[in-house]
Write a protein that binds this ligand. Structure first.
Ligand SMILES: NC(=O)c1ccc[n+]([C@@H]2O[C@H](COP(=O)([O-])OP(=O)(O)OC[C@H]3O[C@@H](n4cnc5c(N)ncnc54)[C@H](OP(=O)(O)O)[C@@H]3O)[C@@H](O)[C@H]2O)c1
Ligand SMILES: [Zn+2]
Ligand SMILES: [Zn+2]
Length: 352
């Protein structure tokens, strides 16, 4: 298969900085689109992958799954897009399309394993997939997203992961006008969860460790902020929430949050992947039919619905633009929760 060499930013090992490298992109197949990448958001999962926090990272690793760009080529059978269109790519570039999950537009739960935008198995070139910290990406049109024309392009990028990852549980647990939703952690995912839940008409509370984020949370639309280390504030919200979306990336005790769920309420974990050290205390679960659940990103149809919803309501993340060359510094800031609230890379900086 013919390929083109493009510039990218990635890392050769878990303890190395990201740096300039060349990667290959396949020539478009009949159903592919080729996208010239304009902007790419920086997700905490990019950092987890680059540093092999979850194990299983294949190197060299080129992260990036919040991709926005313009189409430069289309394959002969493409119908959804034409050259010159804007397009987005999120966390998935393929799935089996035949299993029960895929048939229900739940490609993220593909029973045969969906293909991640990075660190996935590349069925075309062999090896693994490379993400959006690169000049171009080639993807099957079925996994391309349409971008609402009215939205500021730079800020759309984070919707493709942070947006849909919080949208999917909000929709699955039927959040609507008057629902009581709480969000744990005010970072990339957390701030989108607040905006999207407010957009759906919910009453929203933020749980944060950071008193210096209170005003920001209120400005983002939160109705209340609870500092999770203040016991009196935690007690005051006991039994209150229908749904809690927990975005914290590292191991933490979720028991204090479970008690703040309403009868039949659910705490859905979207952040930490791994074993939790604090055992679950079951009485609040059994005594109130409370659930602890998990959720991963969203399907393509659902991602398009979220983008269209954001287009209608003009919902966008708060972003800080960076150049590709500043990515290592951005990762260090992300580790200190010093992002207000999503970094977006101006990919022009890679091309210069
Ligand atoms: N399930 C999925 O499909 C999916 C998709 C995307 C990302 N993720 C994962 O979701 C997590 C969040 O991603 P993100 O991009 O939103 O990260 P982020 O921007 O770094 O935000 C995480 C927030 O969690 C809080 N936090 C950080 N470290 C903490 C700790 N040790 N204990 C308690 N709270 C802590 C902080 O908020 P406060 O300062 O307010 O406490 C921080 O701003 C990551 O692990 C990422 O890999 C999952
Ligand atoms: Zn992500
Ligand atoms: Zn499937």
């Amino acid at each position: 298969m013919n390929t083109t060499s493009v510039k990218a930013f990635g890392t050769e090992a878990k303890d190395k900085d990201l740096q300039l490298m060349q990667i290959e992109r396949r020539e478009v197949t009949p159903t592919d689109i080729e996208i010239d990448i304009l902007y790419c958001g920086v997700c905490h999962s990019d950092l987890h992958t680059a540093r092999n926090d979850w194990g299983g990272t294949k190197y060299p690793s080129v992260p990036g799954h919040e991709i926005i760009g313009r189409i430069t080529k289309v394959g002969s059978a493409v119908t959804k897009f034409k050259v010159g269109d804007l397009a987005g790519v999120g966390c998935l570039v393929d799935s089996c399309r035949e299993c029960e999950s895929c048939k229900q537009n739940l490609e993220q739960y593909c029973l045969n394993g969906s293909t991640g935008t990075y660190n996935g198995k590349d069925p075309f070139l062999g090896g693994h997939t490379f993400g959006g910290y690169s000049e171009k990406v080639v993807v099957d049109e079925a996994f391309g997203l349409h971008i609402p024309e009215n939205l500021d392009l730079k800020a759309v990028a984070p919707l493709l992961c942070a947006g849909v990852t919080t949208w999917s549980p909000l929709k699955h647990w039927d959040v609507k006008e008057g629902s009581k939703v709480a969000v744990v952690g005010l970072g990339g995912l957390g701030h989108m969860a607040i905006k999207l839940a407010k957009g759906l008409g919910a009453n929203v509370t933020l749980f944060s460790r950071s008193p210096d984020k209170i005003q920001d949370a209120l400005d983002l639309g939160a109705d209340a902020v609870v500092i999770s280390t203040y016991e009196n504030e935690m007690k005051a919200v006991k039994g209150k929430f229908d749904l809690i979306i927990d975005t914290v990336p590292y191991d933490h005790d979720i028991n204090p949050y479970i008690s703040t769920l309403n009868i039949s309420g659910t705490l859905v974990l979207v952040g930490y992947i791994g074993k939790m050290e604090d055992a679950l205390f079951t009485p609040p679960m059994i005594g109130g039919r409370r659930s602890v659940a998990g959720s991963v990103i969203g399907g393509i149809k659902e991602t398009q619905e979220m983008l269209d919803f954001c287009g209608e309501k003009n919902i966008l993340p708060e972003i800080e633009m960076i150049n590709m060359q500043n990515i290592n510094e951005a990762y260090e800031r992300m580790l200190k929760s010093d992002v207000r609230y999503r970094f977006v890379i101006d990919m022009q900086s890679l091309k210069n």
